[in-house]
Write a protein that binds this ligand. Structure first.
Ligand code: URA
Length: 196
């Protein structure tokens, strides 16, 4: 895959160093409207890394990913497959909240993704769960939509990656929960865990 560009915050040698460097990032326009950089949360040695889209209102205020309504659903999804939030590492494609919760723009994703790639390198998960279009498309370098991509096992730099719907999509369209559950079971299989 493409080399990690060195633009943006410098690549720290640890997750903490990278978080510190990222906390003052001005690499894209989203920095102007943020309250807090939402770097990521959970275990730095996690076997599972989860990637969402972008911080929303509550995440921006708290500086923590997935603490709003989508986050509550994500916590339940994880718990259904035997994970606590503290067991996994959770982050987003972009670390600053887009205004009015609009989708992140291509240039914002490009500015921020070196941080995401470096987080993946530093955490070194055994599996990756991508939530929705932006995370799946960014890590898989594809334009295909999530409804096409999900249901398969992909790879990111040799690490198995399971793409699934974003919890916000599940909240809007509860009928998608059935497929989402299949994806979570696939994730368990990929990780050699008991499938509920
Ligand atoms: N949606 C996301 O994609 N990420 C968050 O952190 C919260 C909501």
């Amino acid at each position: 895959s493409a080399p990690i560009p060195m633009k943006g915050p410098s690549n720290g040698g640890t997750l903490d160093a990278l978080a510190k460097a990222t906390s003052t990032c001005r690499a894209c326009g989203l920095s102007a409207g943020r309250t807090t950089v939402v770097f990521g949360a959970g275990s730095a040695k996690a076997d599972l890394m989860i990637v969402g889209e972008a911080p929303g209102h509550y995440e921006d205020l708290r500086g923590e990913p997935f603490v709003g309504r989508s986050g509550q659903l994500l916590t339940k999804m994880l718990s259904a497959i035997g994970f606590e939030r503290a067991d996994v590492y959770i982050t987003n494609v972009v670390k600053c909240r887009p205004p009015e919760n609009r989708s992140p723009a291509a240039d914002e994703i490009a500015a921020c993704s070196p941080v995401l790639h470096r987080q993946l390198e530093l955490v070194g998960p055994k599996a990756i769960l991508t939530l929705g279009n932006f995370a799946s498309q960014t890590l898989l370098e594809t334009d295909e939509g999530i409804s096409k991509i999900r249901g398969s096992i992909r790879a990111y730099r040799g690490v198995p990656l399971v793409p699934t719907y974003h919890p916000a999509a599940l909240l809007r369209n509860p009928h998608l929960k059935k497929d989402s559950w299949e994806d979570l079971k696939t994730l368990c299989k990929v990780m050699g865990r008991n499938v509920p």
